[in-house]
Design a protein around this ligand. Structure first.
Ligand SMILES: CC(C)(COP(=O)(O)OP(=O)(O)OC[C@H]1O[C@@H](n2cnc3c(N)ncnc32)[C@H](O)[C@@H]1OP(=O)(O)O)[C@@H](O)C(=O)NCCC(=O)NCCS
Length: 168
């Protein structure tokens, strides 16, 4: 499937509000990702992401046929973690299983390593998120451990997994 990674811009707000409003996405993400997801959430996120991109962070929209169908981001850590970045991502279910996120994560990680001083990119998927764990493995991330009961989501504890990709 053809797509581009683009910095978030205001014209993507209507399609973002439409595609992100899906519990099949929100159930696997931190509570900061709203459900339901309304137009005001899309406007607020795009304003936030644009400001963060202006300071050198990597919040990118996955755009297909002119519409936002997902998002992928790497955010730099602070203090002694400042040369380490956290990866997060989501995709509209209509596009699942076509290799889109494997391609998007691969492209963004390559860009981050090429243009910054980050040497580590990590992600913390819920342990039972098999599709997300598989994406990371296909992109060359190594499993570093299990973060037991680190997540309280939807009224229950969940384990998370810690995966990382190291710039050699
Ligand atoms: C996780 C997510 C981004 C994957 O996107 P995608 O574009 O479908 O991923 P890809 O097609 O690149 O790869 C998915 C892989 O997972 C596999 N997979 C999917 N569902 C699976 C399941 N239930 N069990 C095992 N493997 C599964 C696919 O077969 C594929 O592997 P393969 O190429 O070896 O066959 C998407 O499902 C999503 O947005 N989920 C909701 C939000 C989310 O979980 N975000 C990540 C939070 S850490």
């Amino acid at each position: 499937m053809q797509f581009v990674l683009k910095e978030w811009s205001a014209d993507l707000a209507p399609s973002l509000a439409e595609t992100a409003d899906d519990l099949r996405i929100a159930k696997w993400l931190r509570d900061v990702f709203p459900h339901p997801y309304v137009r005001e959430d899309a406007d607020a996120f795009i304003a936030f992401a644009s400001a963060e991109n202006a300071r050198g962070e990597w919040y990118r929209a996955i755009v297909a046929e002119g519409r936002a169908v997902g998002g992928v981001a790497v955010t730099r850590g602070q203090d002694v973690a400042k040369r380490s970045g956290e990866l997060g991502y989501w995709l509209a279910p209509a596009y699942w299983g076509k290799g889109v996120m494997t391609e998007a994560v691969g492209r963004l990680c390559a860009q981050v390593f090429a243009e910054s001083d980050l040497v580590r990119i990590f992600a913390e998927p819920f342990a039972d998120n098999a599709a997300s764990c598989r994406v990371l493995e296909k992109c060359g991330f190594s499993l570093e451990g299990t973060l037991r009961k680190s997540v309280w989501k939807s009224g229950a504890f969940h384990d998370a997994r810690l995966y990382a990709l190291i710039k050699e």
